[in-house]
Design a protein around this ligand. Sequence first.
Ligand SMILES: NC(=O)c1ccc[n+]([C@@H]2O[C@H](COP(=O)([O-])OP(=O)(O)OC[C@H]3O[C@@H](n4cnc5c(N)ncnc54)[C@H](O)[C@@H]3O)[C@@H](O)[C@H]2O)c1
Length: 266
Amino acid sequence: MKKKILITGAAGNLGGRLFNILSKKYFVIGTDIKRSNQNFKNSKFILCDLKNYKKVLKITKKIYAIVHFGSIPVEDTFKNILNNNILATYNVFEAARINKVKKIIFASSNHVVGFHKRIINLDEKCMQRPDTNYGLSKCFGENIARLYADKFNIKGFCIRIGSCLDRPTDRRHLSTWISPNDLAQLVDIGISKKYHFEIVYGISNNNRSWWNNKAAFKLGYKPKDYAENYSNKNLSRNEHVSKIALKFQGGVFVSNGFKGIVTDIE
Ligand SMILES: NC(=O)c1ccc[n+]([C@@H]2O[C@H](COP(=O)([O-])OP(=O)(O)OC[C@H]3O[C@@H](n4cnc5c(N)ncnc54)[C@H](O)[C@@H]3O)[C@@H](O)[C@H]2O)c1
């Protein structure tokens, strides 16, 4: 029998794509606060606001793994981030605990480590250095995943996604890009492989990457796409307006509203 998987954020960009790819292998249920324009069969899509714990408890029954992609995907007011990213994520993990879900694959972000400089190559053990309220909420997600793995044995797989698009469109993407197919491969590893808790980087095979993805490779990740194929394809230079953005891994998420002292930041 196919494993039953719940994808949150399934009406969104990445959740929708994952739904299509993963439903070839698993019995997938999609959920989101808004309706999807995709053609889900009714039985496979449930409207649910993740802020509502009782509803989350209901939709996580008899689920093998949750692919948690529902959240605000960019910077926002702390109140919005608190509700839709932090509280909602807590509800997902707590409902998973009550319903004995085995695994949670969490859509983390490179903005968890945005304040690291670009000259440094990071692995999964590096310190979290969030660059925004948004990045801070993803630190919470990684930490609750660690807590629930160690304390309640819900296996946690956190993917620090770089930039997931059909192809790189900006020069930064030569370092951060992941194709939707490579992302689906990573999520599938999170669903199907044996591990306790992992942090991996959501990047394709990019030779300008700032991240050492050995934790993903150890579990069998073989990225098929390569950002460098697009290096001469008329890429935008969105970050080239700011020296701060170009210095730190988080780019404009770091430079927007920056009032710090660069020389004081290690
Ligand atoms: N797109 C990227 O390159 C990228 C990079 C890093 C991390 N991520 C993460 O991947 C996930 C998906 O990103 P995306 O680009 O597809 O964004 P998206 O906005 O297209 O999808 C997110 C979905 O979450 C839903 N959502 C938000 N709040 C909710 C709530 N309270 N209850 C239920 N659903 C809610 C939204 O309705 C939306 O459909 C996000 O968690 C994002 O932080 C994406």
